[in-house]
Design a protein around this ligand. Structure first.
Ligand code: HEM
Ligand SMILES: *[C@@H]1O[C@H](CO)[C@@H](O)[C@H](O)[C@H]1NC(C)=O
Ligand SMILES: *[C@@H]1O[C@H](CO)[C@@H](O)[C@H](O)[C@H]1NC(C)=O
Ligand SMILES: *[C@@H]1O[C@H](CO)[C@@H](O)[C@H](O)[C@H]1NC(C)=O
Length: 320
């Protein structure tokens, strides 16, 4: 009796311990005792960076997306190439395009000074994404925390798992479904293209070859995005021409008038299954805000490392 009781107690303890090591759930209060100033430090740094350059908010949000879609939100996107692996920054969707590393590094040094080796780089990206959206007028949400950092990165997976702007609705839906995100999540998260910028090489085909594009909009953009391929590839245009630096629902209103910048934007409103949702987000900003915030929490939950998995990096661009 006594021994079977102590056996079941040890089994329970063992199970609890196993739970702490792996498969732990993320929590909004993860750092409230270990680093109570963490969230305030990140918010202040993001607010300052966005005040200096509004586009930085878009860049930081995109970093979190590009982190989460490649082997989960493990901060793998932040790792530089090493002798043993080729990282994600040189992958097609990232090279010459993702930015915000200096802001992340500066946040990380401040956090190391406040609470050594406590706050993960993956969590910095998740919180900075939320604070960026808020700083530019968008919705807020409680960020779940407790992610740990990877010890490796994968250029091949960055190339295969990040969606390309040439995709149609079926392929976009499949790319998000592969991360257990629904079609609604896909349409809501695409609303991130309400701020930030894209390079000519990513929308040239749309300007010169597509018919579901507003002609005045196309003509204006062609001036800074000439043919043929190769000239002006890196020239920038706002993803949302109406309110380029505000996080609002203008992205969807643009789609209603064929003013989506990327092919992958306009396909969401071109006579297909997602038209209804685009109309709803265009007419009801609160519905977009609610769905966007919920989808961000889901995206932030993509297979994180928890417990004692991975590590807390001391410098976000390299493994300890
Ligand atoms: C639906 C599939 C998506 C595709 C095909 C896509 C594609 C792209 C492309 C091609 C660019 C321009 C890159 C450049 O020219 O340098 C871009 C920019 C951006 N994307 Fe996406 N994206 C998608 C979803 C998302 C999601 C889910 C988010 C975040 C939740 C996001 C956030 C952004 C932001 C904020 C920018 C502007 C970044 C800046 O100005 O630095 N995108 N995206
Ligand atoms: C990672 O690469 C960036 C850009 O080249 C560089 O500024 C940074 O110092 C590198 N990080 C490390 C730890 O070497
Ligand atoms: C990120 O975490 C997931 C889930 O634990 C794991 O499968 C994956 O290998 C990790 N990625 C890296 C690059 O360590
Ligand atoms: C337009 O489409 C044609 C045929 O698919 C292709 O050869 C051409 O390169 C495209 N033009 C641009 C600017 O993308």
């Amino acid at each position: 009796m006594a021994s079977s009781l102590s056996l079941s107690v040890s089994v329970i303890l063992l199970l609890c311990f196993a739970g702490a090591v792996s498969g732990q759930r993320l929590s909004p209060t993860f750092y409230s005792r270990s680093c109570p100033t963490a969230l305030a430090i990140i918010k202040a740094a993001v607010t300052a960076a966005v005040a200096q350059e509004p586009r930085m908010g878009a860049s930081l949000l995109r970093l979190h997306f590009h982190d989460c879609f490649v082997q989960g939100c493990n901060a793998s996107v932040l790792l530089n190439d090493t002798a043993t692996f080729t990282g994600e920054q040189g992958a097609g969707p990232n090279i010459g395009s993702i930015r915000g590393f200096d802001v992340v590094d500066s946040i990380k040094s401040q956090l190391e000074a406040a609470c050594r080796q406590t706050v993960s780089c993956a969590d910095i990206l998740a919180v900075a994404a939320r604070d960026s959206v808020v700083a530019l007028g968008g919705p807020s949400w409680r960020v779940l925390l407790g992610r740990r950092d990877s010890t490796t990165a994968s250029m091949a997976l960055a190339n295969s798992d990040l969606p390309a702007p040439s995709l149609d609705v079926v392929s976009l839906t499949a790319a998000f479904a592969a991360k257990r995100l629904s079609r609604t999540d896909m349409v809501a998260l695409s609303g991130a293209h309400t701020f930030g910028q894209a390079q000519c090489q990513n929308f040239r085909d749309r300007l010169y070859n597509e018919t579901n594009i507003n002609s005045a909009f196309a003509t204006a953009l062609k001036a800074n995005c000439p043919q043929p391929t190769g000239s002006g590839d890196g020239n920038l245009a706002p993803l949302d021409t109406t309110t380029p630096t505000a996080f609002d629902n203008a992205y969807y209103r643009n789609l209603l008038t064929q003013r989506g910048l990327l092919h992958s934007d306009q396909v969401l409103f071109s006579g297909g299954v997602t038209d209804g949702l685009v109309r709803a987000y265009a007419s009801t900003p609160s519905r977009f805000s609610t769905d966007f915030a919920a989808a961000m929490v889901k995206m932030g939950n993509i297979s994180p490392l928890t417990g004692t998995q991975g590590q807390i990096r001391l410098t976000c661009s390299k493994v300890n």
